[in-house]
Write a protein that binds this ligand. Structure first.
Ligand code: AKG
Ligand code: FE2
Length: 339
């Protein structure tokens, strides 16, 4: 794919050749628990992933560094964990995991896009997030849900400045350790460039106006607001040039300031599901989804969860191109954990 070719729809999928997959697996089997020294793990996995075949490596690097590249990309035939423990039923993390192949794949890919970051209010400030359905979170608009459609959103963070769409991650990586029992869970991605083509001009004009307040993520409102809404300043959902728009929508609720804004917001959620905009994947072990968190929105369908150790298990990172411009919220003594 050249720089300016971007398939309108359909997910770009890059598969590792079998010999490369086996070589990466071999090298990741000796990776120590990344939590004990994250920068050591980032360095080791960088060296391993720098060995990917040149076209594949370039595609992932281009995904991270360029404005005109796709907003989502699927990598497949990645090594998977040889001896995967049961899926934790409490949402994770998993104690006593024997090897860290999955973490190695996640961090190796993350390091090609930028720097993994953690936020205190998301998975207790861990860098490697477990995305696992829980009984208590089953109907929530969070990564622990399963019984409800997780609406199109991007991952945002509460910020006392009133803007939740600035210090949030630039990218997410989702690595699949175990598919859901019925292999029905779909992750959707709608690229804002495609969404713009689907929406009528009046709706776009409204979505480009500061008429929308984002509710803070579930983790934040549970920890600091007794579960009550904590709305951002009014913002525009769409911003930037038409050829490279940025889009921001909260999973945990959006307050529309006017009736017209509410109508445009409904049109947006419908446009994200339109075949011209949506890419869809049922993640399976050995697959990782690279998500640009500014170029588009993602969603997840309902799926069956039993909380019996066999449920869907993804690991996720939040990634910034640079840690510099969120340094004001870095926790004292920590390089990657932020308020
Ligand atoms: O479960 C998925 O496929 C995506 C969930 C999600 O929105 C996220 O992890 O940010
Ligand atoms: Fe998300």
């Amino acid at each position: 794919m050249t720089e300016h070719q971007r398939p309108r729809n359909g997910l770009i999928e890059l598969a590792l050749p079998d010999d490369v997959r086996d070589d990466v697996l071999e090298r990741l089997l000796s990776l120590p628990d990344p939590a004990s020294d994250l920068d050591d793990a980032m360095t080791r996995t960088h060296q391993i992933f720098a060995r990917l075949p040149l076209p594949l490596l370039r595609a992932v690097l281009d995904f991270g560094r360029h404005v005109d590249t796709p907003g989502v990309m699927l990598l497949s035939n990645l090594p998977s964990e040889p001896d995967l423990p049961p899926t934790p039923t409490d949402g994770g993390p998993c104690a006593g995991k024997p090897t860290f192949v999955a973490e190695g794949v996640l961090l190796g890919l993350s390091g090609l896009l930028g720097e993994p970051v953690a936020f205190i209010t998301e998975k207790d400030g861990r860098v490697v997030h477990d995305v696992i359905p829980t009984a208590t979170g089953a109907t929530t608009q969070t990564s622990q849900g399963s019984k409800v459609f997780l609406n199109f959103h991007n991952d945002i963070v509460h910020d006392s400045s009133g803007r939740y769409d600035i210090s949030n991650p630039d990218f997410l990586v989702l690595n699949c350790l175990r598919a859901d029992i019925a292999a029905e869970a779909e992750t959707w991605y709608a690229d804002a460039r495609d969404v713009l083509r689907v929406l009528d001009p009046r709706a776009v004009e409204i979505l480009r106006s500061p008429l929308f307040q984002l509710n803070a993520p579930g983790g934040y409102v549970r920890m600091f607001a007794d579960g009550k809404e904590v709305y951002s300043d009014p913002i525009a959902i769409l911003s930037g040039p038409d050829h490279a728009p940025e889009i921001a929508v909260a999973a945990n609720g959006v307050r529309c300031v006017t009736t017209e804004a509410a109508e445009a917001f409904d049109q947006l959620q419908a446009a994200c599901r339109a075949p011209e905009a949506a890419s869809v994947v049922r993640l399976a072990p050995g697959q990782a989804l690279l998500i640009n968190n500014r170029k588009g929105l993602h969603a997840r369908t309902q799926f069956l969860a039993r909380y019996d150790g066999q449920d869907r298990w993804l690991q996720r990172t939040y990634i910034r191109r640079s840690l510099w411009n969120i340094r004001d919220r870095a926790e004292a003594g920590s390089r990657r954990v932020h308020a």
